[in-house]
Design a protein around this ligand. Sequence first.
Ligand code: CA
Length: 451
Amino acid sequence: MRISTLAFISFAFATLTFAAERKPNVIVIVGDDMGYADVGFHGCKDIPTPHLDALAKAGVRCTNGYVSGPYCSPTRAGLLTGRYQQRFGHEFNSGGPGGGLPLSEKTMADRFKVAGYKTGMVGKWHLGGKPEQHPMKRGFDEYFGFLGGAHSYFPGRDMLKSILRGTQPVEENAYLTDAFGREALAFIDRHKGEPFFLYLAFNAVHTPMHADDERLKKFAHITDKTRRTYAAMMSAMDDAVGAVRARLQAHGLEENTIITFFSDNGGPVMPTTSINGSINTPLRGSKRQTLEGGIRVPFIVAWPKHLPAGKVYDQPVIQLDLQPTLLAACGVAFGAADKFDGVNLLPYLSGKETGAPHDKLFWRFGEQMAIRQGDWKLVRYGRTEKIDENETWPKLYNLKEDIGEANDLSAKHPEKVQELEAAWKQWNADLPKPVGASGAQKGKKKKKSGE
Ligand code: CA
C-alpha cells in the first residue's frame, strides 16, 4: 500500500515536472517576395501590419536579417537544412530533373521529429514535386498546401487544383491565405497537448496578384492597383499571423512557443516596375539580385521571457541560423556532423554574447556573388543570374554609411576588395556545380531553339 502510494506520488511528481518543463513549441512563418519597406516595423505607412508589428514588439527584430538566396526555393532549402544550399547544388529554383531538395539532406522537420515533436507544414513547399520529395517524406507528420512555387489564391482560377491535404488533392474554396491560416490554427488545436513544430509558409505576397474584395475595399485609397492588391494580400497574411498568436494565447501556449518570421527574398522590383507592388527602400535591388534588396528581409525571432521584447538587433544574421537557434531553444542536440552553416543566435539575441554571430556571410547565385564582413560588402550583381561583363566588378560598399549601395569604394580600398574576394573564393572553391539550369540559362536555350 505504502509502496503504491509512493509510486503514485512519484508518478504525479514526474508528470508535474514534465508539464512544467514541457519543451517549447516552434512556429516558423515565412512570407514570400515581401518588400523590405512593407511592414509597419520598418516604417511602412500605407499598409498596416499590426500583427507582424506586435510580433516584432514581442521579440527581437533583426535589421540586418538575411536569406542565403535571392530566390524562393534556394532560401527554403537553406532554411530547412541550416546549410548554404549551394553546398548541395540547390542554387536555383527546383524545377526539372534532379531538382528539389536532395534526399541526402536532413531537414529541420526530420530533427524535430526524432526529438519527439509533432511536425506539420502548411503552405508553399517548392522543394520538389516527386513523391519521395513530398514534405511528409522529409520529416513532416502532416501537410496542407501546394508543392510548387506559386498558386492561385482563388478556387478554379488560372491554375490547376493542386492543394493537397497530406498527399491527396482537396477542393479548397477559401481564399488561399485564409485557408493556410485556418489550417495552422487547426494544427495548433490538434497538438496543443504535445510539443510541436509548425512550418507555415505563405505564398503571400507572391504573384498572381489575387485579393479578396473585402480586403481590397480597405485599401481603396491606394491608387496604384498593383500596390492596392499587394496591400490586401499582405493584410490577409498579417491577419493569419494575428490569428495564430491569438490561438496560442487561448491555449496558454504563448509563452512556451518560439516564433520566427522572415520573407524568403526581397521584393521583385526589377527592372523598373515592381511586379507585385512591393518596395525595398532604403535598400537597392530586387529579388534575383545579390544587392541588399534581394537578400535582406524583414526578420523576427520572438520567444517571450527568453528573449527580450521589442529589441532591435543590428548584427548580420541569416535564415540559416534559425535551425540551430530553434533546436537549441528546444534542447535538441546537434553537432559538427550536422554541418550547419548557421549558428545558435540565442546568446546573441538575448545579449549574453556581444560580438557578431558571423565573421562573414556569403552568397552565390549563378554569376552573381556577394560577401559581407562587418560593414563591408563586396558584390557582383546582375539582372538575372548573369552579370554585365562590360561593367567593372566587383563593387565594394560600406553598408553602415551607404545602406543603398550607391557609392562604390572599390577603387578607394583595393586592399579590402582583395581580402574579401580571396575569402569568397575560398568559400566558393568547396561548392559543387549547381543542379539544374538557372532561369537565365533556360531562357537562353528557349530563344536559341526559337520556342
Ligand atoms: Ca520568393
